[in-house]
Design a binder for this molecule. Structure first.
Ligand code: TUI
Length: 307
C-alpha cells in the first residue's frame, strides 16, 4: 500500500509505532522498522545521553528508517533536539507540547518533522511551521491525551491541512486501520498493541495486565490540572484521583504518573505504578512478534479497503 506517508518516510507499510516513554526503546523500534513500519524511540523523560545510546543501538540493528519521539516536557529536550541532528536521525515526532522552537534546526538538518497534535488549531500551526506530516491523536490513546476523539479529530485535521495525516488513538487492528483511512488518514500510529509485542522489553506483569484489560478498564488522571493521562485503573490511579479531588499540588501528583510509568514498565509494579495504555487494550489478546502484528493488520485492512 502506497500513500504519501510511505513515500515521505520511505517505509513499506504506513504504520508508525508510538514513541512511548520507557516502552519504545531500541529493541522495539528496530523490530518495527525491520518489519516495514516506522519504529520510533520514545525519549520520554529520559536523559539525553540515554537517548543517544538508544539511537546508536537502533542504527546498529537495522538499516531501515526509524524515528525519535521528543516528549517536550522533558527537561533535557534541548539537548535531545541537538542529538537528533548530530546522529542524523531521519524522522522526529513530538508530543505533549509545541515543538516550534526546534523546527528550524531540524528542517535545516533535513530531519522530517511530524508533530503529534490533539487539535485542529495546533495542526494548522504545525503545518505553517514546516511540519512534513501530522499525527492526529485522539483521547482513546494511552498516556498524555487531548480531549477530542480519533473519530472526530482525524477528519477535521485532514480538512484543515494539506500535509498527510497519520491517525492515532484506538487503532490496534485492520479494522481500525481501514476506518482511519476512511476518515482521510494516510497512515496510522499504533502504541498499545506494540507494548505487548514479543520484542517489547516491558515487564511481563504490564503485558499481562493489558492482555487481561477490558474495554472500560482505563481511566484518566490529571484532568483538573490540564495534564490528562490515560492508564489502566489500579491502586495508583485511585490514589491519584483521591488526591486530585483534594487539590494536591501538580508536581506531587506528577511523580505518581511519570515516575510510576518506569516502575510499572521496568519493575512490573502494576499496583503502585502507572500502566499507561489506550482504550483499545480490550481488543488485544496475545503477545506477538512485530512482524506478525504488522502483517496481520495490513492483510485485514487490505481485505476491508478492497471491498
Ligand atoms: O505525548 C503524548 N503522550 C504521552 S507523553 C507521555 S510521558 C508523560 N508522562 C507523564 C506525564 C507527562 C508526560 C505519556 N504519554 N502524546 C502526544 C500528545 N501530544 N497528545 C497530546 C499532545 C499535545 C498536547 C498539547 C500536543 C500539543 C499540545 O500543545 C499544547 C501547547 O503547547 O499549546
Amino acid at each position: 500500500m502506497k500513500t504519501r506517508i510511505t513515500d515521505i518516510f520511505n517505509i513499506e507499510y504506513p504504520i508508525f509505532q508510538g514513541g512511548m516513554a520507557w516502552v519504545a526503546e531500541h529493541n522495539l523500534a528496530a523490530a518495527v522498522s525491520e518489519a516495514g513500519g516506522l519504529g520510533i524511540i520514545g525519549a520520554g523523560g529520559a536523559p539525553a545521553a540515554f537517548v543517544r545510546e538508544q539511537i546508536q543501538k537502533v542504527k546498529a540493528a537495522t538499516d531501515k528508517p526509524f524515528g525519535v519521539n521528543v516528549m517536550l516536557m522533558n527537561p533535557e529536550a534541548d539537548e535531545i533536539a541537538q542529538i537528533i541532528v548530530e546522529e542524523q536521525v531521519k524522522v522526529v515526532t513530538t508530543g505533549a507540547g509545541n515543538p516550534a522552537k526546534y523546527m528550524e534546526q531540524w528542517k535545516a538538518a533535513g530531519v522530517k518533522v511530524v508533530p503529534v497534535v490533539a487539535s485542529v488549531a495546533m495542526a494548522r500551526m504545525m503545518e505553517r511551521g514546516g511540519a512534513d506530516a501530522i499525527i492526529a491523536e485522539g483521547m482513546e490513546s494511552g498516556g498524555h491525551i487531548g480531549s477530542a476523539t480519533t473519530m472526530t479529530l482525524v477528519p477535521q485535521v485532514v480538512d484543515a491541512v494539506a500535509i498527510p495525516v497519520v491517525a492515532a488513538g484506538g487503532i490496534a487492528d485492520g479494522r481500525g486501520f481501514a476506518a482511519a483511512f476512511m476518515l482521510g488518514a494516510e497512515g496510522v500510529q499504533i502504541g498499545t498493541r506494540f507494548v505487548v509485542a514479543t520484542e517489547s522489553i516491558v515487564h511481563e506483569n504490564y503485558k499481562a495486565m493489558l492482555i487481561k484489560a477490558k474495554d472500560i478498564d482505563s481511566t484518566v488522571t490529571g484532568m483538573s490540572h490540564g495534564h490528562p493521562i490515560r492508564s489502566i485503573r489500579n491502586k495508583m490511579t485511585r490514589e491519584y484521583l483521591r488526591l486530585e479531588k483534594e487539590g494536591t499540588d501538580f508536581m506531587e501528583l506528577e511523580k505518581l504518573t511519570l515516575g510510576g510509568l518506569r516502575k510499572a514498565v521496568m519493575e512490573g509494579d502494576v499496583v503502585n505504578g502507572s500502566v499507561m495504555a489506550g482504550q483499545i487494550a480490550g481488543l488485544i489478546k496475545k503477545e506477538q512478534p512485530c512482524k506478525e502484528i504488522i502483517t496481520e493488520i495490513m492483510q485485514e485492512a487490505q481485505n476491508l479497503l478492497g471491498k
